[in-house]
Write a new protein. Structure first.
Ligand code: PLP
Length: 402
């Protein structure tokens, strides 16, 4: 019988990422159950951390998210183009030239600096259109946001504008994923004092939000009524200090296929710079994935793929488009391998690859490139796919594809 992955291979013929939308919905439900009195913002910036923002964004809304969060206006416009009509907040500073498009597409903007506020006001005036804004308070990131002592005056300016509607006030934690847990409560105190100032001025703001995934997992949400989560929705841990527990499942796995099967003789070297030299006869396989797909070069001579439940070590350097692994005797051309997955069956995880590459799981996930087609599952069956490089995408009917 043909299983889901065989059907996926018919559509991708090689390296692809599989994203389980049911697991994504479950992760979101788990996060919501941890913060039952809060609205939920699903953070889908950076193409949903490599998982595909259009499909994941809509799936998050379907799973009960109130709002989507992105970093740039261009990301919000992309979601609108792809038919996502839910509220979207651009968390970062808006590019002045894009503010008009954002307003026309009903995108919510974060005001966190005087020039940003002025540019948003001027554009709203010019277009004669309302814009919903969230006020960003800087409580320690020193990136984007007003100092707590500026918040009252800024909120008064927003209130006096007939076109700006202040819907939210928020801050971002610098260290919620740290071993040292002392920083976040101080940031919460600063934020709440600023939010209190708004209340005292009679400025009613619908959403107060502070917590990212790490803060949600640690219960550090203060008195906010919305939370923002990215990494944990994808089933990945914010850090080694703040791991997701077993209620969460990683939702993405990277898969590829064996392109060539061969034997190395003693003394044969593999790949660039001869960093691996066979000491004996070694069965090997060439797999069509490389660092230009998102497999970190740091996994060279360190990582492994999973084939038929067996770990196959990476031999030599990961190239741009190919990598050589040690092959089990029964491996054949066309066989599927798991490059990165949940780890539940012994496969390499985003955390493993991040550690080998001297970075974190966030960076490995977001570096999955446009060359890798994404295939989406519901009920264990492929239901949709897309390929950002070619712009192709489609809906799969599992019962027809076989
Ligand atoms: C990226 C981001 C988040 C999500 O962080 P996670 O650690 O992935 O949950 C939340 N808030 C802001 C402002 C962000 O930039």
């Amino acid at each position: 019988m043909m299983d889901a992955y065989d059907r996926i291979h018919q559509h991708t013929s090689g390296t692809h990422a599989v994203i389980d939308l049911d697991a994504y919905a479950r992760n979101i439900q788990t996060l919501r159950s941890l913060t039952p009195s809060c609205a939920f913002m699903a953070v889908v910036k950076a193409d949903a951390y490599g998982h595909g923002a259009a499909t994941c964004g809509q799936a998050a809304i379907d799973a009960g998210a109130t709002m989507l969060g992105v970093a740039r206006i261009s990301e919000a416009l992309y979601l609108r183009e792809r038919g996502v009509s839910a509220p979207i907040l651009v968390l970062g500073p808006p590019t002045e030239a894009s503010i008009g498009s954002a307003i026309q597409s009903n995108i919510t903007l974060a005001i966190g600096s005087e020039p940003a506020l002025s540019a948003i006001q001027a554009t709203a005036d010019r277009l004669g259109r309302d814009v919903t804004v969230h006020l960003k308070v800087d409580t320690g990131m020193r990136r984007y946001g007003f100092r707590p002592d500026e918040v009252g005056a800024i909120a008064e300016r927003v209130r006096s504008s007939s076109l700006l509607e202040l819907e939210g006030v928020f801050t971002h934690f610098s260290s919620a994923d740290d071993r040292d847990e002392s920083v976040t409560p101080d940031q919460i105190r600063l934020f709440e004092r600023a939010a209190e100032e708004l209340t005292q001025r009679g400025i009613d703001v619908r959403y107060r939000h502070v917590a990212n995934s790490a803060a949600i997992l640690r219960g550090l949400t203060g008195s906010s009524n919305m939370v923002r989560s990215g990494i944990a929705t994808y089933g990945l841990s914010p850090s080694e200090e703040v791991p997701v527990d077993r209620r969460f499942d990683p939702i993405l796995s990277i898969r590829s296929t064996v392109a060539r099967r061969f034997a190395l003789n003693p003394g044969d070297s593999v790949s660039y710079n001869r960093t691996y030299i066979a000491a004996e006869v070694v069965e090997a396989a060439d797999v069509s994935i490389g660092y230009a797909d998102g497999l970190p070069k740091g996994t060279s001579n360190a990582g492994w793929f999973l084939a038929n439940g067996q770990r196959c070590p990476i031999l030599g350097r990961v190239c741009m488009d190919q990598v050589v692994i040690e092959a089990p005797v029964d491996m054949r051309v066309g066989d599927a391998v798991i490059v990165i997955g949940s780890g539940r069956n012994g496969e390499m995880t985003f955390e493993d690859a991040g550690r080998m590459a001297g970075t974190n799981n966030y960076e490995v996930a977001t570096r999955l490139t446009a060359r890798v087609p994404r295939v989406y599952l519901r009920n264990g069956e492929p239901v949709a796919w897309e390929h950002l490089l070619t712009g192709d995408r489609g809906v799969l009917k599992a019962d027809v594809a076989g």
